[in-house]
Design a protein around this ligand. Structure first.
Ligand SMILES: [Zn+2]
Length: 234
């Protein structure tokens, strides 16, 4: 009898402790930035994104193609490349494109902790704002690799985390047709397309873009920046 009373009391205590700790964690919950891969929509709207730039040759080529069609895209820049090619970075901003944060050194942030994520975000933002005078609150983590520390750092600094739904794999593509086909075979309304304006070898991205845009338009798609697609005030 005493034993069962004791266990009933300890059960009660456990319950109370559990309730108390869950109450505490409710108030202490870390907030995580939302990750966007695409948008659910019936409207034929998609976003074009270019990572890793600016690049002194490739970026201007891409800008010229976008201008032909009066398209504004999103450029996720690496802080170090902005430092190395400030004129090109400024050109992107002056043409009215969206500029997002792609870290300062393009390091994979997964598992490195919140402090490192904050450092990378801040150093890149400082560089972009210094050179371009502006930066939208969009963040694309290198390789799309996030964890709770990265998402918590992004949230605290007010970033939307932008991933993608179509990876063109343009960085490894030997011909433009492969890049184009990767887009056209899985294209649907609301897609965010990943391309690169900084590739170490002979990039096929400009050629692919030049051929791809008319095909997308012919299918009735409106092409724009991430901010336009998501309807977020970036
Ligand atoms: Zn990248």
């Amino acid at each position: 009898m005493i034993r069962s009373l004791k266990s009933a009391v300890s059960l009660r205590l456990c319950g109370l402790l559990l309730a108390f700790s869950s109450l505490l964690s409710f108030f202490d919950l870390p907030a995580f930035a939302q990750e966007y891969r695409r948008v659910d929509t019936d409207q034929k709207r998609i976003a074009l994104t270019f990572d890793d730039g600016p690049h002194p040759i490739l970026t201007p080529k891409i800008l010229a193609i976008l201008k032909q069609y009066n398209i504004h895209a999103t450029f996720f820049m690496i802080g170090k490349n902005v430092h190395d090619y400030p004129e090109t970075a400024r050109m992107v901003a002056m043409k009215g494109h969206e500029i997002g944060n792609h870290t300062n050194s393009h390091i994979r942030l997964y598992g490195l902790g919140k402090e490192r994520a904050e450092q990378e975000l801040d150093a890149c933002a400082l560089q972009i704002r210094d050179v371009c005078g502006q930066m939208q609150n969009l963040f694309r983590p290198p390789e799309g690799a996030t964890d709770e520390s990265v998402l918590s750092a992004a949230e605290e600094k007010g970033y939307h985390v932008i991933l993608w739904s179509i990876d063109t794999r343009d960085w490894e593509s030997k011909n433009a047709s492969a890049i184009i086909n990767r887009v056209l075979t899985s294209l649907k309304p609301g897609d965010i397309i990943l391309m690169h304006d900084f590739i170490g070898h002979n990039s096929k991205t400009p050629e692919a873009l030049e051929r791809l845009i008319p095909k997308l338009l012919a299918r009735g798609y409106q092409i724009g920046s991430v901010g336009e697609l998501l309807g977020i005030d970036s």
